[in-house]
Every structure is written in C-alpha cells, then in structure tokens.
Design a binder for this molecule. Structure first.
Ligand code: ASP
Length: 331
C-alpha cells in the first residue's frame, strides 16, 4: 500500500500520546513516587489536547508538552536529568515534523532549560539537523534561549541515583572479577534507572499533520560524551507522512534496532497498521526489557507499546478515548 493510499483512508481525527519513560518500574512503586508522575501525565495530556483543540500545529503541541515534562523534576529530562559518571548533566533532545521531514536535534547540553526548544531552533534557524556540546551551548546563547547554571538541573534524587548506580556497578565488577580475572578496571556502567525516564510526545491533527519530540538526560552513570537514541533520527525519534514515533528505554538497544524508523518502514513498505508495526518492532526487534514507544498515525490511530515492566504514558483521541497508565493495564 503506498503512502498516498494510506492518506486517502484517513477518517479519524486528532490524536496525542506522551511518555515519561519505560523501564523496570516495580509494581510496588510507592504512592509518593507514582502520584506526582501520574498527575503530571494527566496535566500534560490536558495541555496537549487543549492545544490540538485550539488548532495549534502538532509541532507546537509536541514542543509545548515536552517543555512541561522537561520542567518537571520527576522525569529524566530538563530539570530532572540523570547524571553522568562524572556527576554532570548532558541533556539531549530531538523534534521532527512528519510531512516535511524537517528535524532538529541537540546533545551534550548542560545549561539549556528546554532542550526541545533548542532542537526546534536548530531545525528552523540553521541549515543543519544536529548540534552538540560546546557548539550547541554557544548556539543557545546566540539564540537567547533560557539557560541556567548546571547546578539547577542536579536534583538530590539524581545525586542519590548516581550513587546507587555506582555502587551497583562496583558490586557487579567485584562479582565479575571473582569469575573472570582479566577485568581490572572499573568502567562506567550506564544502567536504565527503574523509576525515572525520558519524556516524549507525538501528535497528529485532524488534517493528518504529524510531529514527534523526545527529550532526555540519558542513562544514569553514562560516560561523559555518550549519545543515546533520543536525538538520533530514526532511532528514538522519527516522523513521516504516515506516523510519528517517540521511543524510550536503553538507548544502545534502540539505536541498534532503529526502532522509530522501523515502525514507519513497516507501515510504508509492508502496509502494516500503526499498532501492528509498533508491536512487531517492540516484540521482535528489541531485546525484552529494553524499550517502549508511543506513536500516532496520520489516520488518528494511537499506540503505546513496551517490553519493559512499565512505561509512564498517556494518550487521547478526538473520538473521546483517553488513557493514562504505567504498567500493562491502564490506571
Ligand atoms: N533512551 C534514553 C537513553 O538511552 C533513556 C530513557 O529512555 O530513559 O538515553
């Protein structure tokens, strides 16, 4: 089925989905950690729905929602970004418009309050797609976006998370050394924190315009300079005229599987529906326990799939359906 044929089948309205990270979220997650995230998901969903109803473009909608999530310290992006093995913050983000395939990405930010908006500026104000580290920071200053000292982004919870990740890494290395004598040096072991995650949003309007945005602090205890899937077009983030996808989970696994692009490719080349394509990629292409995604199609279909214990997520469609969930059943 050609993309044009899929477009002609369009009969549904707008749709939006967002996530606050996928991972090994324990079913016993204490209420004081669960509730603020649930509330944030609901509030961000309302903000996104209101913007779609007000005829804001999907690109504006995904940026708006991701900015809200970045400003919330309960998620691993912006203010709540997890820390590198050096205790620093290196944020990254990506935004993409489905119809035009215009996109922008940033990595290695340590002072920019809303990385997603800088990614949009890279898309709109430069001939390039991706800026990183010092040059991205310099571009932020040049564009006059809000910046704050790196200490603003370092929350006590993330200092503790880094401590725990280093401790877990040390225990793992002690164990490995006891069975494998040639491991002599401690290497940073980035691990997916079980209770905090990357943020993302996808949206389609009733004309079938699509957009996606993803933003993250990366993985706890990552090496300085590590770039994950989030800013990589086709891995953590991708949109075309058929669908918009935002992924979350272990970046290295998501990059290897080109998760977001594969969903679009299965629709484009094999004629799969959005749900079929997303389920195939999550179930068959990424090792279990590694990834989740939210996606919408140009026909207003929405899907939220994950092969982890849970994924903080929410969605709504024009026909009145809405869902907020963490584990495999919705809340
Ligand atoms: N995918 C992100 C990364 O690997 C992390 C996450 O989704 O929580 O950088």
């Amino acid at each position: 089925m050609s993309p044009q044929q899929v477009q002609f089948q369009r009969e549904m309205g707008w749709a939006i989905a967002l996530h606050g990270g996928a991972g090994d979220i324990p079913l016993s997650l204490p209420a004081e950690r669960r509730k603020p995230r649930e509330q944030a998901l609901r509030r961000c969903l309302e903000i996104g729905v209101a913007a779609l109803k007000a005829n804001r473009s999907p690109l504006d909608v995904v940026e708006l929602v991701v900015r809200e999530l970045e400003n919330n310290p309960n998620f691993n992006a912006g203010k709540g970004s997890v820390l590198t093995s050096k205790g620093t913050v290196e944020m990254e983000a990506c935004i993409m418009d489905g119809i035009t395939k215009e996109c922008g990405a940033v990595s290695g930010l340590s002072t920019v309050v809303n990385a997603i908006s800088l990614a949009r500026l890279v898309m709109e104000k430069t001939p390039h797609i991706y800026l990183a580290f010092d040059a991205a920071e310099a571009f932020a200053k040049e564009q006059g976006v809000e910046t704050l000292d790196m200490t603003h982004f370092i929350t006590p919870e993330n200092v503790e998370r880094l401590k725990q990740a280093k401790e877990a890494n040390r225990v793992q290395i002690d164990y490995t050394q006891s069975i494998q004598k040639d491991v002599s040096e401690e290497t940073p072991n980035a691990n997916g924190d079980s209770q905090i995650g990357t943020v993302g949003c996808v949206a389609v309007d009733s004309q079938g315009n699509l957009a996606t945005a993803t933003s993250t602090g990366g993985l706890v205890n990552k090496m300085a300079g590590r770039i994950g899937d989030t800013p990589i077009i086709g891995a953590g983030t991708y949109a075309n005229n058929l669908c918009a996808v935002s992924a979350t989970g272990k970046g290295e696994a998501i990059i290897r599987a080109t998760v977001a692009r594969d969903v679009a490719a299965l629709m484009e080349y094999k004629g799969l529906s959005l749900k079929e394509a997303a389920a195939y990629v999550i179930d068959e292409c990424v090792p279990k326990g590694n990834a989740g995604l939210v996606a919408v199609s140009s026909t207003g279909e929405v899907t939220m799939q994950f092969n982890t214990t849970g994924m903080f997520r929410a969605c709504a469609t024009e026909d009145g359906y809405s869902e907020v969930g963490i584990w495999h059943t919705s809340l």
